[in-house]
Design a protein around this ligand. Sequence first.
Ligand SMILES: [Zn+2]
Length: 246
Amino acid sequence: MLQETSIPSFNLQSAMAASFMPHSTTTSMAEPAPSTNRLAQNDSYRMPVYSVKSFGVPASSISDTDMISPEIRQNIITGKDVNLNSLLIPNYEILVKKKTSENDDRLMRNLSLDEFIIAFGRFKRIMCSAFPSRGEELELYLAHIVETANIWPYKFFEYHRMFSAKCATMLLQHNLKIDWSKGDFELRQKICAGSKVNSCSFCSSTLHTSAMCRMKTSNQHAKSIANSSKGSDSLGRDIVWHEGRC
Ligand SMILES: [Zn+2]
């Protein structure tokens, strides 16, 4: 079991002290390379090293993942059930959450797949900062969720929430680490079965989207032939050709 580490506490004073420590090696003049050139040994030909004034770390070098509160980071790496919605709100504080979570619609919303991918990426980067070996496992879980979302776009997030809660319970109460890479097909079936399925509009398959259907091109081709020849059946309906047949 991972030992609980204390949450670091920094302030402007400690950051300033760390950023502006004098670096004796960088402020000295650059030593010239040994040269046979008589002129190069003259001080007036030396390239001076100017010190660039800095007022801190450039803001652009800080990623969104860094803007997650220490409490949430701690919850991620100790294996608690983390609400991914909170990772989309910069520096969301759990102390605030405890008081207002029931009224906070932002935490109750079902995320879209795009939002899920952003939030889960942050979750994964924090987890991998403590456990680098979990990278592949979480990458496979993300692929499993994307596949689930393609079939059940309105249920995948509920499935993730239940899966995450289940894993946290097993870990914290029974010291069992669940393999995320495989998801939980039984749980997925229970939650997603009966909900509206996103299937291909050409062949009803759930394995690909309409845009990726093999039958799409032949159907469109047949339609364009039908339109150009104004083909219609005895009832006046358009004839749609599929692979050369009606
Ligand atoms: Zn299809």
